[in-house]
Design a protein. Structure first.
Lengths: 340, 810
């Protein structure tokens, strides 16, 4: 029987060595160690042996079982690894195939631009306010020091609803509303829609957006205006951005200026975007005209202020290189999706 | 305002290169559009004299010319020009020469055109005779004398000499952008004044003294009466006899051309020249046609008809100011002269008018007649009445200089109230405070003097008297600006305002941002559409005739019918966006807009109509249906803290599919509508896919939103679920069944989730199967089967009673 056990061990070793799958290995386990397995049979037949023989043989049998179990365990582990490897191999995919279509929605580029501008000014302590799109002639023109013959009042320039009510041509009437409602210190910006009688073409739109700004406090000077807007330009267009303030004229500010920013495409060397000048006109600004402050019953001796206004479409067009303003209002998803 | 730099230099000696000149002028307040350089791109174009003109043997429209260009032999040139004569001096582009072009009838090329010899219908031509256009001048400024042909030079020049040299063609012209507050800059002297102030150079005025060699006095020839002194502040007239109409000398023509005006004849050119020089419009009448030797300035008769010198008959109204003689009108004041008194070839005696007309009057006349001229555009911006006399004298001076006539002595000058400059007190510390600088009174006074202002200084106050041409300077702040721009904005320091106010956004702005972020996260992209729309939009979406949205606010002056009313709903715009995307083959679209709508309602005492903010979301594309959008909207509302919004079936809104539409009700208020767009409406817009659209009242959302967050502890004990599949009649909507379940579920029922709706063969027609998962949980213990069964049975009973629901075998 000792020999038989030895033979079983040898056989098990040999066969397990050949086994090439988890199933075969399991079959061999049953064949050798199962209830009707070879080893079990031998153990069962041990009943007929003397206690002495049974003891020695038992030891051998247990050792044989132990050895087979060890081999089996190893074999099982190996086979499991093998099976896993086979499975993984069979599951290989072409990772260069496209991912499932999950489309993020996108904010309109005009909203994105207004958000960026607003964020910069909020960081500088500005409050954001809004006004109606339909305004009074008083708020849009009279209160802003635009005389009764100001050409912008013409029917060919401004959309009217009645003689006294119009679609605002600028966000500046929000200045008037603020001055009439609030007391200094005032530090606000106001983004919104504006309207002018321009037939749409690549650079004109009858509806467009502006961001207006107003600061009124004791001791506000033109140097504060320069500092604030220069800081805005650096935050909006990069810390290398330089600004240039050119004298200009607006009825509601004096002194008035236009601010140019060094071209953010070429850095000031001159290119197509800046038409070779190295500078890009970004906004109009100036010290609030005393006549405008007076509309809000602000003490013009005690308080001074500055105001500014910029065209959002213009900034968006320059920043993103959009060459036709009408694209903003066509709302073609292929256009909007580019601003992810 | 086109300013030839050579002309400007006549008044002030600015010696900077053109780039630097422009930069500094910009920084002192004279912004400019462009700088054009004349006389460039011209090579080997010389003065030639036409020796002979012979017919071309084989072409009726061509001639063969021989031109003397001071070479060994005359040059033969074939030309199609018809305005040439033997003896004419002309510009000749020789073989190998270069001209800016364009050639007649061809587009302009930036690199210019090279002229080569060649054969024209078999006859050799060794170059080309040039028109002014071919040498780079715009058609509208080419002198009348040769505007449709070869440039016939007005006098003899050295033959063979370069045309650039002979006519001194090289020169820059700056196009300044003149802001409406500075009409004084619409003149060479005005711009010279700015240049002198900028570069601290002297300003010298033109010579205006006349010899006045004529027999007799001006006032013996003419009488002037201003009947409307409110509309005419001043009228200066001078008389010139022995007029000889001819071409102006080249120097004068050149200045007009470079300044953008076409030379006509010496008298017209001189008046234009002086207008450009001073900014004072002038007019010359043929005195033969001023009946009764009397000028009166008066308004027109209503309906009076008058022919202006452009040959157009114009119907006048009674507030238009006219220049009349004793019988009739001879000019529309400040706008245009009449054909009846125009200068002619045989004119002998003229009246030179330099008047000052009321800006508003000229503007309104010019506007009503839709006739805008160089004169009217200057008058309507305002002109200093003190210029009239000087300008009138300057015209006479130039007439004498050109030997174009004999000036009579004296003038008629009706000037009821002389315009005097008003002095303004300017405080030194105020100037410094507003500009954020620290100049001394002396430095400020220097700047004022550079601008030709007079000053008186006492302590902190400088009393400043500006020249009367500066109509824009009225109050202290105007002088602050003058100091600022001449001192230089670039020299002012850069500081930040001290102190902060309450920064940030309002609740509404915050919620709008949150809404946009949420919608984009849900896959919808934002669109922006016009606030003004077509009135047909409300018809296209079949809006109810009595709906509030039909009360449209109309623009008085829309660009077109398509943008003539203010929108009351975002849906038509959204459908247009969908249609446009559909037509461009964008297969899959999810879009939203948050924007203002306008209603013809007025709050007491408020002249402005009501503005409401609205939000619209829409989708179309593969796998997109009502529930896609409903899912997006529900999750969006949840983000705003609006949970359990009810969707109530709605069949009567014609915009939507009658069986696929619901109103959204929250907190007993209707907050919006959602539905599949009705096929008729889709067809109207040309949308070939099922589109689902939702419009929400954004103002109400803001009111109802609650985005405060509170932590709820996670459950400690397990949940138990039961699935219920119920057979019900079609009329029972999921919402009602859910309400019954919730009403009877008590505290233990945590959640009800619909997981299937089935209609089909295994069911009777008119019934459907709806399946829910009910989740039970207690906060303080693990539930037992018995507890759950008890509640579940109670629910089943209620369902049976409430909607005859029968439990289906799962």
């Amino acid at each position: 029987m000792q020999n038989q056990l030895k033979a079983i061990l040898e056989e098990a070793k040999e066969q397990l060595d050949k086994a090439s799958s988890l199933g075969e290995t399991e079959e061999l386990r049953i064949k050798f160690l199962g209830k009707k397995g070879k080893l079990t049979e031998i153990l069962r037949s041990m009943k007929s042996l003397s206690p002495e023989e049974r003891k020695t043989l038992g030891q051998t049998a247990n050792s044989t079982r132990g050895q087979i179990e060890a081999i089996l365990e190893e074999k099982f582990a190996m086979m499991k690894e093998l099976q896993k490897a086979t499975k993984l191999k069979s599951e290989k995919i072409d990772v260069t195939e496209p991912g499932s279509l999950i489309q993020l929605g996108v904010k309109h580029p005009i909203s994105i631009t207004i958000d960026e501008i607003s964020k910069v000014f909020m960081n500088m302590g500005f409050r954001i306010i809004e006004g109606p799109e339909i305004e009074t002639v008083f708020n849009n023109f009279d209160a802003l020091n635009a005389g009764p013959n100001h050409p912008a009042r013409d029917f060919t320039d401004t959309f009217y609803i009645t003689e006294d009510v119009l679609l605002r041509t600028q966000t500046s009437p929000v200045q008037v509303r603020t001055l009439m409602k609030d007391n200094p210190p005032i530090k606000v910006i106001s983004p919104g829609r504006c309207f002018r009688c321009d037939t749409p073409d690549a650079t004109h739109s009858p509806m467009f957006h502006q961001v207006e700004g107003l600061v009124v406090d004791e001791g506000i000077s033109m140097a504060d205006l320069k500092g604030t807007l220069d800081s805005f330009a650096k935050q909006m267009f990069g810390s290398n951005a330089k600004t240039k303030f050119r004298p200009h004229h607006f009825p509601f500010t004096e002194p008035s200026a236009e601010m140019d920013v060094s071209c953010f495409k070429c850095g000031g060397k001159g290119c197509k975007v800046c038409k070779g000048s190295g500078w890009i006109e970004i906004l109009g600004c100036g010290m609030v005209h005393p006549n405008v402050l007076a509309v809000g019953h602000v003490d013009t001796e005690k308080y001074t202020g500055f105001a500014f206004g910029m065209g959002v479409e213009r900034i968006a067009m320059l920043k993103y290189g959009v060459d036709d303003i009408r694209l903003f209002y066509e709302n073609d998803m292929r256009f909007i999706q580019q601003f992810k | 305002m086109l300013v030839p730099i050579q002309w400007l230099k006549e008044y002030t000696n600015v010696d900077e290169n053109i780039d630097k000149f422009c930069d500094r002028m910009i920084m002192s307040g004279s912004n400019l559009e462009t700088v054009e350089v004349f006389g460039e791109n011209i090579e080997n174009v010389v003065i030639g004299k036409i020796l002979s003109i012979d017919k071309h043997p084989d072409a009726d429209k061509l001639v063969i010319t021989k031109i003397d260009v001071a070479a060994e032999e005359p040059v033969q040139i074939v030309t199609g020009a018809s305005n040439i004569a033997v003896g004419n001096y002309v510009p000749v582009a020789l073989h190998g020469s270069k001209i800016p072009g364009p050639l007649h009838g061809q587009p302009k090329k930036p690199e210019g055109v090279t002229i080569k010899k060649g054969k024209l219908r078999g006859v050799e031509s060794f170059g080309m005779l040039c028109s002014a256009g071919e040498l780079g001048f715009e058609d509208k400024v080419v002198p009348v004398t040769h505007k449709d042909g070869i440039w016939i030079l007005e006098k003899e020049y050295p033959l063979g000499m370069s045309i650039v040299e002979a006519l001194n063609l090289k020169g820059e012209v700056i196009d300044f952008e003149i802001t409406p507050n500075r009409p004084d800059c619409l003149s060479m002297i005005g711009m010279a004044r700015e240049a002198a102030a900028t570069f601290e150079t002297e300003l010298s005025y033109p010579e205006t003294r006349c010899e006045e060699k004529g027999e007799g006095k001006c006032k013996d020839f003419i009488e002037v009466e201003i009947k409307r002194p409110d509309l005419c502040k001043r009228y200066v007239a001078k008389v010139v006899t022995n007029i000889k109409i001819e071409q102006s000398p080249w120097w004068l023509q050149q200045r007009l051309i470079y300044a953008g005006m076409r030379p006509i004849n010496n008298i017209v050119d001189i008046t234009n020249y002086v207008m450009l020089e001073y900014g004072q419009p002038l007019h010359a009448f043929d005195i033969r046609n001023v009946k009764g030797s009397k000028i009166s300035v008066d308004t027109a008769q209503e309906g009076e008809v008058f022919t202006t010198l452009d040959g157009t008959e114009r119907k006048l109204t009674n507030n238009m100011l006219l220049i009349k003689d004793t019988e009739r009108a001879v000019a529309i004041a400040g706008v245009m002269g009449g054909q009846n008194s125009e200068i002619q070839e045989d004119t002998d005696t003229i009246l030179i008018e330099a008047a000052n007309f009321n800006a508003d009057s000229v503007r309104s006349t010019s506007k009503k007649l839709t006739l805008r001229t160089e004169a009217s555009s200057r008058f309507e911006k305002g002109i200093d009445p003190n210029l009239a006399e000087e300008a009138c004298n300057r015209v006479c001076r130039l007439i004498e200089l050109l030997n174009a006539g004999t000036v009579l002595k004296g003038s008629v000058d009706v000037y009821p109230e002389k315009a005097e400059a008003e002095s303004v007190k300017v405080r030194v510390d105020r100037v410094n405070q507003v500009l954020g600088i620290n100049l001394s009174a002396k430095e400020m006074i220097d700047i004022f003097h550079r601008l030709e202002m007079k000053t008186m200084h006492l302590g902190n106050t400088i009393t400043v008297t500006p020249p009367t041409v500066r109509l824009d300077l009225e109050t202290e702040i105007d002088f602050v600006e003058e100091i600022g721009r001449i001192y230089g904005y670039d020299k002012m320091p850069v500081t930040l305002p001290r102190g902060n106010s309450e920064a940030g956004k309002s609740e509404k702005q915050r919620l709008r941002d949150l809404s946009k972020e949420t919608m984009t996260a849900l896959g919808a992209s934002e669109v922006q559409t016009y606030s003004f729309v077509s009135p047909k939009g409300v018809d296209s979406i079949k809006m109810d005739e009595n709906a509030e949205g039909r009360k449209l606010i109309r623009l008085l002056n829309p660009l077109g019918e398509d943008t003539s009313v203010m929108r009351t709903t975002l849906i038509p715009n959204m459908l247009e966006v969908l249609a446009r995307n559909y037509s461009r083959n964008n297969e899959n679209v999810a879009a939203f807009e948050i924007g203002t709508t306008f209603f013809n309602n007025h709050h007491e005492g408020d002249p402005l109509p009501e503005e409401k903010e609205s939000m619209c979301v829409a989708v179309y594309g593969p796998n997109k249906d009502f529930f896609t959008l409903k899912g997006m909207v529900t999750e969006f509302l949840n983000k705003l803290g609006i949970y359990e919004c009810r969707y109530i079936p709605e069949e009567k809104i014609a915009t939507f599919h009658p069986g696929r539409c619901a109103t959204l009700v929250y907190d007993c208020v209707e907050i919006g509508i959602i539905g599949e767009i009705h096929p008729d409406v889709l067809e109207k817009y040309g949308i070939g896919a099922r589109a689902i659209c939702c419009e929400l009242n954004f103002d109400l959302l803001v009111e109802k939103a609650n985005t405060e967050k509170f932590y709820r502890p996670l459950p400690k004990y397990p949940a138990m679920t039961r699935d219920l599949a119920l057979t019900v009649n079609e009329e029972n909507c999921v919402c009602d069944i859910e309400s019954i379940i919730k009403a009877h579920g008590g505290e233990l029922l945590e959640k009800v989730t619909l997981f299937d709706v089935y209609r089909g063969k295994q069911l009777l027609s008119g019934t459907k199967s709806v399946a829910f998962t009910l989740t039970y949980r207690a906060a303080d213990r693990t539930l037992t089967e018995e507890e759950v069964t008890k509640v579940n049975d109670k629910i089943l009973v209620a369902l049976k009673e409430g909607c005859h629901a029968v439990l289906r075998e799962m």
